[in-house]
Every structure is written in structure tokens, then in C-alpha cells.
Design a binder for this molecule. Structure first.
Ligand code: JCK
Length: 246
């Protein structure tokens, strides 16, 4: 997989060299490039924004630099699999979740378009749909100052799913089991006692059946307490409620 980032703050992506993606790049599992959008400006001030048509606060990102950057970075690709997927991170995008992470992990080339100011001229997204697969993705229902943080979060969630990336692939399998719509169960390690807090005895029993049952029970309790929306109630013919993870 190749990952490219288009931004006016290239320094935001320096951590990629340090963290997991950096190690994956060393293993040849990944290639990535960070590109300063101002590379594709031609005026003395390297202008990337202008006032919004229709008025309103703030500035909007000009379309021209994006179009020229896409001309250079987007892969046409003979088959759909090789084509670039442009990910516009935006507060108005589809919510990012594990399912979308798994979908993006199947792509050969992700190009993250990270906007700033009040957003990118809509014609950039409209143009992009003609040259690549486009996903408009939101990290969550809150407003950030730009798309870079979201691009980093999406990158980490996607890259860790790539085959051969996580040293312990078993943990991915376990997550997928736990994920059956439930939150993760609590985890513990040594020492057995710490500041008056004990590790639950069942986890030190060596009884894997009891441990699995306890972990599932904890995941259901945690989900019911913190994310009841993940538990879809349904009822039997006689009206008996059934609560199960989605
Ligand atoms: N992913 C993600 C994001 C972002 C995100 C992503 C990309 C950009 C580019 C610029 N901003 C800042 C901004 C600020 C206010 C508004 C609303 N305005 C009202 C009238 C016209 C716009 C739009 C954007 C961004 C924010 N925020 N939250 C997420 N989950």
C-alpha cells in the first residue's frame, strides 16, 4: 500500500516516520509521501485560500493547487484496484469506523487530502470524483481546525490491519471477536497486587473457558454501561426482549 498526504502543514506527518507506519515502511509493507500543497502554487505569496463566494466567515481553499497536485499524485491505474482512493477528511464526511478502516485497508493507494480554513472549494471534490475513487470521511462529531489529525488517526487504524504489519496478528483476530459490536474487556498484567488493587482471580485461574466467559461478560457490561447504542434490543414473538450486540 502507498499512502500520500496533501497538506499545507507537512510537518504534521513527521510522526509517521517514528511510529508503526515507519516500521512498516522499513519492512517494505508501506510507502508514503508527504506533499506541501503550496508546491502547486505559482504566485509570490504561494496563496492557497481566498474569500468565500456568498460571504461568510473565514477563507476557503482555492481549487487550482489541488487540481494540479492531483494531476501529479493520482494514479489512473488500469484496474480499479490500482486506482487511487482520495480520502477527503471533513466534518461533513461519513463517520470513520472499524468497518471503513477494513475497507480502506484493501486499497492499493490512499491519497489523504487535508483541508484547512473553512474547507476546500467543492469543485475540487467534484473534479476528484472524475479521476479517482473519493471518500469524504469524518473522524467524529466535533470540529477540528483541519484534516491532518483525522488523516493520522485513519492511517493508524488502516495500517495496523495490513497483513504482516502487527507483530501479533492474534490480537487483531481477538479484536474482531470482541468487536462483535461489543467494547473491549478490561486487561491486566503483573504485579498481581498494585496499590491495593487485585487482578481478578479468574484471570489467574488458568481456566480458559471461565476466562473467556468472564471477558465476554465484562465486554457486555461495559457496552451496556457506556455504549447502549451498540446493543440492539429485539423481541421474541411473545414480546420477550432479547438484547444482543449488533
Ligand atoms: N475529518 C474531520 C474533521 C474536521 C475537519 C476536517 C477538515 C477540515 C478543513 C478545515 N476544517 C476546519 C473547519 C471548521 C469549520 C467548518 C464549518 N464551517 C461552517 C460553514 C463552512 C464551514 C468546517 C471546517 C476542517 C475540519 N473537523 N472535525 C472532524 N471530525
Amino acid at each position: 500500500m502507498r499512502l500520500d498526504y496533501l497538506t499545507i502543514f507537512p510537518g504534521f506527518f513527521a510522526p509517521l516516520e517514528l511510529s508503526l507506519p515507519g516500521k512498516a515502511a522499513d519492512k517494505g509493507l508501506l510507502a508514503f509521501g508527504v506533499h506541501d500543497l503550496r508546491t502547486w502554487t505559482h504566485d509570490r505569496h504561494r496563496t492557497v485560500d481566498d474569500t468565500p463566494y456568498g460571504g461568510g466567515a473565514g477563507m476557503v481553499m482555492r481549487p487550482e493547487p489541488w487540481g494540479e497536485a492531483f494531476d501529479e499524485l493520482v494514479r489512473a491505474g488500469s484496474t480499479g484496484a490500482e486506482r487511487t482512493t482520495i480520502v477527503f477528511t471533513t466534518p461533513s464526511g461519513e463517520p470513520f469506523d472499524q468497518r471503513l478502516a477494513e475497507e480502506l485497508a484493501t486499497r492499493e493507494h490512499l491519497l489523504f487530502a487535508c483541508g484547512r480554513y473553512e474547507g476546500i472549494d467543492q469543485r475540487v471534490i467534484d473534479h476528484a470524483r472524475g479521476v479517482a475513487e473519493v471518500r469524504e470521511v469524518s473522524l467524529g462529531d466535533y470540529v477540528l481546525n483541519g484534516g491532518e489529525v483525522a488523516a493520522l488517526a485513519i492511517t493508524e487504524a488502516v495500517v495496523r490491519l495490513l497483513p504482516g504489519f502487527m507483530g501479533n496478528a492474534a490480537s487483531l483476530v481477538e479484536e474482531s471477536h470482541a468487536a462483535g459490536g461489543l467494547l473491549e474487556y478490561p486487561v491486566y498484567t503483573k504485579p498481581p497486587q498494585w496499590r491495593g488493587h487485585e487482578v481478578p482471580a479468574v484471570l489467574r485461574s488458568g481456566d480458559h473457558g471461565r476466562i473467556a466467559a468472564w471477558r465476554h461478560d465484562q465486554a457486555v457490561r461495559r457496552t451496556a454501561e457506556r455504549r447502549p447504542d451498540l446493543l440492539t434490543p429485539s423481541v421474541l414473538d411473545d414480546g420477550t426482549p432479547i438484547v444482543r450486540a449488533t
